[in-house]
Design a protein around this ligand. Structure first.
Ligand SMILES: Nc1nc2c(ncn2[C@@H]2O[C@H](COP(=O)(O)OP(=O)(O)OP(=O)(O)O)[C@@H](O)[C@H]2O)c(=O)[nH]1
Length: 325
């Protein structure tokens, strides 16, 4: 791992262990391909390999399952104690009625014996002590549950912060993009040249305005799926924010990167948005793309700003086109 500058994360460690033990020749072949293309294993490729070859449920899903189990256990514990407390409350209420009847009986039939009254009071004392224990057990259970809920919330927050996937579009998110771009640039000028593309859906606001926000979401998800299909060794796709996607092409010439961006633009142009109930064709979708090849020594910020300017030029030139910086 050190030789290939692969960070020792739990996922990379699991991949490397499976690689060294040669348990899955297909995984080994894919790792070899990736290392030969990138000179390392990029974060999102490691995540994909882990899901496909080691565990179909990634780290986050495993943690979510664990949280769900813990939550179910907590709810069933509360339910059990609540039922016990309610049963205790009911029997205490019956006891109160009984004692009431005893005391009334004693007073209406005369003064009643002191021993009888003592007997009733003892019964009452026993019942109320049991009731107190019962409710205090339930209070303890509730306070433990509060603690547990707070712990689960903070675990969920950490999971959300560490997530690399964008739920709506299925591609990697901005956090994954930032980390992976930094990882590529860290290789500085030793690794293959990278080309950055920013893709922005044209007139996206109109989808929301004309058909509603949910249809806007469907457009994002359709474009995400279309771009995901292009993911392979050398190509990574991310949601950059809102209606904007980022793609990193690793290796190859600027012309090849431009050609790939053009192919993606055409594939989006062929998407048709239909009414999910009637199947009626609503409208087409198109996107503008700015693309730039990283210059030796260029920072992420400068590369992003050149790519963004190319995207702006694509929009200004009439949209639905690729402009190279
Ligand atoms: N449905 C939906 N809308 C979003 C989401 N994220 C951002 N938007 C909306 O996307 C719209 C982006 O609009 P603009 O950047 O103005 O794009 P535009 O002017 O329509 O189109 P261009 O000029 O071609 O870029 C805004 O109205 C945002 O509210 C999302 O996750 N779902």
């Amino acid at each position: 791992m050190v030789k290939h500058q692969i960070p020792v994360t739990p996922i990379n460690y699991a991949l490397w262990y499976t690689y060294v033990s040669n348990e899955d020749p297909t995984l080994n072949q894919r790792i070899d391909e990736i290392v030969s293309a990138y000179g390392m294993i990029p974060l999102t490729k490691a995540e994909d390999l882990f899901r496909e070859h080691v565990s179909s449920t990634g780290d986050i899903e495993t943690a979510l399952h664990r949280m769900k189990d813990s939550f179910e256990q907590m709810v069933s514990g509360i339910d059990h104690d609540l039922n016990a407390t309610l049963a205790g409350t009911r029997s205490f209420s019956t006891l109160l009625d009984e004692c009431n009847r005893d005391l009334r009986g004693n007073t209406t039939a005369g003064a009643g014996s002191v021993d009888d009254i003592f007997g009733t009071l003892d019964k009452l004392l026993q019942g109320s002590t049991a009731m107190q224990q019962n409710t205090s057990r339930f209070e303890q259970r509730l306070s433990a549950a509060n603690e547990e809920i707070r712990r689960l919330r903070s675990e969920l927050e950490t999971l959300r912060q560490n997530a690399m996937n964008d739920e709506l579009t299925g591609v990697f998110n901005r956090r994954a993009f930032d980390m992976e771009l930094a990882q590529f640039l860290e290789q500085s000028d030793r690794g293959p040249v990278i080309h950055l593309a920013l893709l922005d859906i044209d007139h996206f606001k109109q989808f929301n305005d004309r058909f509603g926000h949910l249809v806007g979401d469907r457009v994002l998800s359709l474009v995400g799926k279309q771009l995901s299909a292009a993911t392979r060794v050398g190509v990574s796709v991310y949601r950059y924010g809102g209606e904007e996607f980022a793609l990193i092409f690793c290796g190859g010439t600027a012309q090849q990167a431009h050609q790939l961006a053009e192919t993606l633009r055409i594939s989006i142009e062929h998407l048709v948005l239909k009414d999910s109930r009637t199947g009626e064709r609503l409208t087409n979708i198109s996107a503008s793309i700015g693309i730039a090849s990283r210059q030796p020594g260029e920072t992420a910020e400068d590369l992003l700003s050149r790519t963004d300017r190319a995207l702006y030029a694509a929009k200004n030139a009439g949209r639905n086109r690729v402009v190279q910086a």
